[in-house]
Design a protein around this ligand. Structure first.
Ligand code: 5CA
Length: 441
């Protein structure tokens, strides 16, 4: 992508309304634009990151056996009357009337709708286990939307729903999502810690929030420090094998959010030097709620004994848009964002230090086409800005590698690569630079 033909509205000033660094940087780097309180438009750079995050989430969902679907944002109030949540959900739900005076709502979550889909088609335990997920915009009319995409009113969530014949199978389904979540967040460069949590309006009695530690996090959390250094299950994990040992190694250690925290137990179970009390960002939450929706909504299956039972369910959410903010909270410095490679909007920022100079333009054009041909995503700064401004923009938008090309270096047959994380610089020939950026050597 040539910057001269792109749309990258970076801001020089720090927006006054942004209280935390990720919100400030998202506005300054031209990732989002606020359209109403807690409602954002995603600009070109922002949507690239959002799509990368969604891509990782979907890969890990698929690996764990979940199946993608897509449910609509608008739902019929009828469904929610069946489960009893239409009245319970309160003011957070955005209620809408259509031209026929029928009650609709903008979905804050999808337990009812997915249960309706399930009961329309599934009759037998032989069709289980089943887990269906989608990534869709949600609306919750939060009293205090704040911190940009961290607590929005409209936000993008991946939500998965599992269906099983009995509690033991449902527990295995829960474990699959639990392990998938550990992998998902690690792939984005985040250290996530599962912590026991309140179930709130979703219901059930077993739930974990996946927390990323950050001073600006909205949740107060308490845990054993060893949870910070646990190994992440590998790509070869057998999701239909025994995951209990992976889950148990973590759930054995104390970890709880404020709502369920038990100070006496924390002190009893965790030695003083291992106690961690900190702020954190909730990037995902998993729930097991059994038959809370299937029983009232009559989502039943026939078991091996020929008897009908309500299906056992769980649901599993990831805050896809919130993650953009969470990653920036974890990965930035004074100059701007430092994207982990896996979610970066581009891999390389190609910086032409003297646009208009024939030799420099030619060298940049050649590098640009070689990198593109190798499938590397390049943002090519071919504008007339001064070098200082180009460097500042490249640092601000946080692309992992800066490939700097100027007449002085070229006369010695060299270009420069700067690694955004850490700032290490290396001079090399243009060919070596392409090799380095393609192969990572
Ligand atoms: N139905 C369940 C799981 S599918 C559910 O709705 N869970 S949730 O309420 O915990 O939401 C899932 C994730 O969405 C949260 O962990 C959080 O990361 C994200 N999220 C929730 N509310 C907001 C919000 N207002 N703004 C941004 N992200 C949010």
């Amino acid at each position: 992508m040539r910057l001269s033909r792109y749309f990258l509205p970076v801001l020089k000033e720090t927006p006054a309304e942004a209280q935390i660094v990720s919100h400030r940087l998202m506005l300054r780097a031209g990732l989002i634009r606020q359209e109403a309180a807690g409602i954002y438009a995603w600009l070109p750079l922002g949507i690239r990151v959002l799509n990368k995050i969604k891509g990782i989430v979907h890969e890990e969902m698929n690996r764990a056996g979940a199946i993608e679907i897509l449910m609509p944002t608008l739902q019929s109030a009828e469904l929610w009357r069946e489960s009893g949540r239409y009245d319970d959900y309160g003011k957070e739900m955005l209620r809408i009337k259509d031209r026929h005076d029928r009650d609709l709502l903008y979905g804050p979550t999808n337990e009812e709708m997915v249960t309706e889909i399930f009961r329309a088609y599934v009759r037998s335990y032989k069709q289980l286990p089943l887990n269906m997920y989608h990534t869709q915009w949600k609306f919750r009319d939060e009293v205090r939307p704040r911190f940009g995409v961290m607590r929005g009113r409209e936000f993008l969530m991946k939500d998965a729903y599992s269906f099983d014949i009995d509690a033991a199978a449902a527990r295995r389904a829960y474990n699959r999502m639990y392990v998938a979540y550990l992998r998902t967040f690690a792939r984005m460069g985040l250290k996530s810690i599962p912590m026991r949590a309140e179930t709130g309006p979703i219901g059930g009695d077993l739930s974990h929030e996946f927390i990323v530690l950050a001073e600006t996090g909205e949740s107060q959390v308490y845990c054993h420090k060893d949870l910070l250094d646990m190994p992440i299950p590998g790509e070869d994990t057998d999701f239909y094998g025994d995951l209990e040992s992976i889950v148990r190694a973590r759930t054995e250690l104390y970890a709880a959010t404020e709502d369920v925290h038990d100070a006496a137990r924390f002190e009893r179970e965790v030695p003083a030097e291992k106690r961690l009390s900190a702020r954190g960002i909730e990037v995902g939450q998993v729930f097991y709620f059994g038959t809370k929706y299937s029983a009232p909504m009559k989502a039943v299956v026939t078991g091996p004994d020929g008897k009908e039972v309500p299906v056992e369910m769980g649901s599993y959410g990831i805050g896809v848009s919130r993650l953009v903010g969470a990653i920036i909270e974890a990965c930035h410095d004074d100059a701007g964002i430092i994207w982990p490679e896996s979610v970066a909007p581009f891999r390389v920022a190609l910086i032409n230090l003297k646009s208009g100079d024939a030799e420099t333009d030619q060298a940049c054009d050649a590098l640009y086409s070689q990198l593109n041909a190798a499938g590397i995503e390049v943002l090519y700064d071919d504008t007339d800005e001064r070098p200082g401004a180009k460097f500042a923009t490249a640092d601000l938008i946080g692309i992992p590698y800066q490939l700097v090309v100027g007449p002085r270096g070229l006369s010695a047959g060299k270009v420069e690569i700067k690694v955004r994380a850490g700032g290490a610089r290396q001079e090399m020939s243009p060919d070596a630079a392409v090799k380095y950026l393609v192969q990572g050597i």
